[in-house]
Write a protein that binds this ligand. Structure first.
Ligand code: HEM
Length: 413
């Protein structure tokens, strides 16, 4: 549990591998792409994708994120207008649509078309089924039976593969016709090997296409639920802490006022928002724990750890440790981040909501840009409080989310 031990596990990626040796057939359909690659193959893929997440590349994404935020907020405004200026609903599914529409921009440089919407919806159904399949009461060998669930999972996988394959073919055709794609998106990066390999045999070509489909699936899965969780928990906690909601709104008004277009530089000025998001990721990290499989016998924290041992790093315990964070470690107090993360942790490596080491979240900067943009626009348009029907029940399946959703009362400003 010590920060240094956790840091060692997450840093020595040759010794500690990702533990995706799942026997859950449905989860296997999702655990694909970058997150399950190891060694050279992983390093090559990560190096190819890293530039897409450098700040210079992300800055121009801010206006697109603003449009997606506005679309969601317009829908909420309409609902509020029908309710005489206010409305009450579970915000979680709407935030899932918002994060999916932002991913459509990042991954496919596209608006949230019907095809993308249907593909993403099916993928989230698959994710839901994969979670149910982690139930320990699953019968041995159940995966081989043509149960309704297994048949549906296969059907979805087929649909999703066909949808991504058609997008890949469209890109190839455009390229053949000499139509340059103006904004390089993630799909372009995923497809680089296909673009470069003109004389590939059918087998290699299919292997590369399978890999691209795997990347599309995992980037969607890794990207939509984590960010929806962060935004939902932020809305819940700011509903419960009206003083912080007011401070964050005051800041948003000061920095953004009536600006038509938000810029990356504006987001950098939102100090209170940053403190709040840091505190949310400390209290409610989407990945509560990170696991690794020991590849070869090793010594860790003075113990000999045999090959094939599963090591679990309890991120949430570390981030709520009273020894490191003080007596109020379990409470919502963004003030602790007033002078940055290093000061808040007193120099200890005790803050890892995006992981640590070489396999740290590739999209952490993007996730924060997205959350800050939405959050600032939300504060400018609405005040909000918890509905009396809200039940505080943080729940973990793959990620940490509110078990009974997040019903919130929103009032138009
Ligand atoms: C608040 C939002 C997010 C949180 C808290 C988060 C958290 C994490 C964590 C903890 C890891 C490391 C897992 C490990 O070491 O086992 C990770 C990896 C990853 N994340 Fe995120 N993430 C977020 C948003 C995103 C988004 C928006 C995307 C995609 C656009 C994304 C894509 C990935 C990918 C592909 C990896 C695997 C990196 C690798 O293995 O090299 N994440 N994320």
């Amino acid at each position: 549990m010590g920060p240094d031990v956790i840091r060692e596990v997450l840093t020595k990626y040759h010794t500690y591998h990702k533990s995706f040796k799942t026997s859950n057939e449905i989860a296997k359909m999702l655990a694909t792409g970058l997150v399950i690659k190891e060694g050279e193959e992983w390093a090559k893929a990560r190096m190819k994708l890293n530039p897409a997440f450098h700040l210079e590349k992300l800055k121009p994404m801010v206006p697109a994120i603003q449009v997606c935020s506005q679309n969601t907020l317009n829908e909420w405004k309409e609902m509020a207008s029908k309710g005489g200026g206010s409305c009450c609903f579970d915000v979680y599914p709407y935030l899932e649509v918002f994060t999916s529409s932002v991913l459509a921009r990042l991954m496919f440089d596209s608006t949230y078309t019907e095809q993308l919407k249907q593909t993403f919806l099916q993928l989230s159904e698959l994710a839901f089924m994969g979670k149910l399949a982690t139930n320990p009461l699953t019968l041995p060998g159940e995966k081989y039976f043509p149960t309704k669930k297994n048949r549906r999972a296969k059907e979805i996988d087929k649909y999703v593969r066909a949808s991504f394959t058609s997008m890949i073919n469209q890109r190839l055709e455009k390229r053949k016709a000499g139509v340059e794609h103006a904004n390089q998106d993630l799909l372009d990066l995923f497809m680089q090997e296909l673009y470069d390999g003109e004389n590939l045999n059918d087998g290699d070509r299919q292997r590369i296409i399978d890999d691209i489909i795997g990347q599309c699936k995992i980037f969607f899965y890794a990207g939509y639920e984590t960010n929806s969780n962060l935004l939902t928990w932020t809305m819940v906690m700011l509903s419960a802490h009206q003083d912080w909601q007011a401070r964050a709104r005051e800041e948003a008004v000061q920095v953004l006022g009536n600006k038509k277009e938000i810029t990356y530089e504006d987001l950098g000025k939102l100090k209170i928002a940053t403190m709040i998001l840091n505190e949310m990721l400390r209290l409610f990290p989407s990945s509560m724990e990170l696991s690794r499989l020991v590849k070869e016998e090793t010594i860790l924290g003075g113990y000999t750890i045999p090959k094939d041992t599963l090591v679990t790093c309890p991120i949430i315990i570390l981030q709520r440790s009273t020894e490191i964070w003080g007596k109020d470690a379990g409470e919502f107090n963004p003030e602790r981040f007033a002078e940055g993360i290093m000061k808040a942790t007193k120099g200890e490596n005790a803050y890892m909501p995006f992981g640590w080491g070489p396999r740290i979240c590739i999209a952490q900067n993007f996730a924060l840009l997205e959350s800050k943009t939405f959050f600032a626009m939300l504060l400018l348009n609405f005040s909000f409080e918890l509905s009396p029907t809200y039940v505080h029940a943080p729940f973990v399946d793959f990620t940490l989310h509110p078990q009974y959703g997040a019903p919130i009362v929103l009032k138009k400003l």
